[in-house]
Structure formats: C-alpha cells, structure tokens
Design a protein around this ligand. Sequence first.
Ligand code: ZN
Length: 209
Amino acid sequence: MKCEIIKDLFPSYIDHLTSPESNLEIEEHLQNCSQCRETLAQMKEEVSVEEPLYDKKKINPFKKLNRKILQSVIITLTVYALLVGSYFYFFGIGWKVNSNNMEITYSCEEDAIIFDFELTDDKVLTMWHIRRNHEDYTGPEMVVRECFESILDDRGKYPNQFSYGINCLDEDGNLKPFMKEETITLHYKDKTETIYLKDVAKELGIEIS
Ligand SMILES: [Zn+2]
C-alpha cells in the first residue's frame, strides 16, 4: 500500500477505529517504512499532547465558572448586607446627637410637664429609652440619636421634634411635689445631661414644696 493511503488511515488507526484487516496492512507497512513509522509516532505524540489540553478546555473552564459564580454570589451578598446595614444605620439606628444641636423647652399642660426636644440640624430625632429597673430609679433615661430622613418612611411633619410628658398631678388631681432626685437623663455624644424635675417645675411656676 502507498504511504499516502497509510498516512490517511493513521488518525483512525490511532483512535482504534480501523478494521483488523487495515491494521494488519498498516502494521506490515510500518515494519518496512521508517518514514511512516516516524509520521505515526509524531501523530501519536500530538494526539497525546492535545488530549489533556482538550480536557482542560472542557473541564477547567467549568470549574472556573463555578468558582466565579460562587465569588459573585459572595460579593453580591456582601454588597447587599452592606447596603442594608448602611440603610438601617443612616435612616434608622443613626448616631448619638451632639448636645449643641439640641434645644429643649418645657411647658405645663393640664396634667403634665411637656418636654419638647428639637434638633436644630434638621435630622430625624430618635429617643432611645433605656430601661433601668434598679432600686434607685429616679426617672426616664434616654439616648439621644439622630439619622437622615428617608423618603420611604413617614415620620410626620417635624421629624426633628420629639415630645415627652411627665405627669404632674396626684390621684386627687392636685399638683404633686417632685422629689429632689427625680430626673430625666439624656445621653448625648459629648455628654450626659441630667434634668431635675423639681427645677423644671420651679421654672414653670408649678413648684410645690
Ligand atoms: Zn510508508
């Protein structure tokens, strides 16, 4: 058989797709033809080099893709968590107020002293009550915080204001005296302020001694 025909059969021969008869012909020819032996050896080498490459292309991109998908999922979740966290921080939880940005006025209504808190920096005011159940409880204690106003929530017309009432009448409807130690405590960023109810009552002219 001619060398050209033999060489044409090599790809199939390498892949074991040739018939036993062809194999015999090919092997017989190879015994006598060093050129074809060389060609076959070369082709076998190329195939064996190509195969792992072929595998890499087939399998590794898939693994890489998986890793990439996992990475982007993690990144997406992280970004999402940061966004949600930032949203709640800037539009919800907020930060402690500087006492310079707070104005407090007192007034007396029928049965209560009203404390009007107003932020002068036009942020949203949130007062966080701290519950203290200790025995020497002397009055409400609040952490003064502020945050940005969100268009998503409705905080009323004056989100920078907050009112707090303390009852000033006894069971019989008479003005009651405040104890010397009765207070409202406000925790700011820069300080803790203690307001004595007795002093407030005095300022409002409803002090009973
Ligand atoms: Zn040959």
